[in-house]
Write a protein that binds this ligand. Sequence first.
Ligand SMILES: NC(=O)C1=CN([C@@H]2O[C@H](COP(=O)(O)OP(=O)(O)OC[C@H]3O[C@@H](n4cnc5c(N)ncnc54)[C@H](O)[C@@H]3O)[C@@H](O)[C@H]2O)C=CC1
Ligand SMILES: O=C(CO)COP(=O)(O)O
Length: 314
Amino acid sequence: MNEGGRVAVLGAGAFGTALAVALAANGPVGLWGRRIGWRGENPLLPGVTLPEAVTMTEALPAADTLLIAVPAQALGAFLTDHAAALDGRALVSCAKGIDLATGLSPARLLAEACPAATVAVLTGPSFAADIARGLPTALTLACADPSAGHRLQHQLSTPTLRLYRTTDVTGVELGGALKNVIAIAAGAAIGAGLGDSARAAIVTRGFAEMSRFAAARGAQPDTLTGLSGLGDLILTATSAQSRNFRFGQALGRGESFDPAVTVEGAATARAVARIAAAEGVEMPISALVAGLAEVRIDVKQAMELLLARPLKEE
Ligand SMILES: NC(=O)C1=CN([C@@H]2O[C@H](COP(=O)(O)OP(=O)(O)OC[C@H]3O[C@@H](n4cnc5c(N)ncnc54)[C@H](O)[C@@H]3O)[C@@H](O)[C@H]2O)C=CC1
Ligand SMILES: O=C(CO)COP(=O)(O)O
């Protein structure tokens, strides 16, 4: 149960709205946005009507559990404005990315800005439209504090949203951030007409580099094979519902892509490439996606560079 409106979602985009709709099954939920501009139906989620249990607000709610569904690259600015008001509460990061300005994950940004908060992460394979329509979804709730994680797992599970639990915050955050980068590469291969076999190669080798990067940063070995690594990679690299995949497809076709659409993998690829180069972790696909995002190379060059790499053991 949401225990009398003690849960609120901050960020009224597609994902924040979908989470609020799902959590309304447990009781009252606040949904905060800076300039909401819509009532009843979020244009990013056509056909989804907000349940009565969702209260929309432009004033930060007093709830003691806050789900933060602001994009990773906007989180720094969001915290500059609101960190003081958020500190001391349970803050559940829902963003999938690495901050380009600092190289930090969303949970690290939250923990540094709000030192007295309990920080957790909610992530895994889930399109906002699926969650909002009440389709069954399994996610991972990560919290370094096991008892807080247990409490949040129960507070945020609903009849259609099944939450698994872990203490490996680093691993689940990297799974969610890195799969977007690989999904862009998969989309680029499909967009360029390279075929499903090429996509399978990119997804598999992409997963190898995701796992390598996560291990180098202290993730537990098994975490990346869970919902928030392999699970979300499969979803995002194979579905045209994914904005990262569609962005890659547009690159592969040589088409433009609406800059207003949130594509977390583009900035995250640049952050990952920078960190990987500094720390000596081999991330060839992510480095090429960074090159695509910075328009230093095109998809044809990226594929030629991948295929020209030295032959090696799998
Ligand atoms: N849409 C989806 O299917 C899923 C999204 N996510 C993650 O959720 C995060 C948010 O994505 P979406 O909701 O889809 O993006 P979106 O583009 O639909 O919405 C982003 C929202 O954040 C708000 N925002 C931006 N900067 C802000 C700031 N400084 N202060 C307050 N609000 C600000 C925007 O006004 C907008 O309402 C991303 O990290 C994404 O990877 C995770 C799982 C599924
Ligand atoms: O994270 C997601 C699915 O789990 C949403 O993916 P996109 O941001 O690529 O649409």
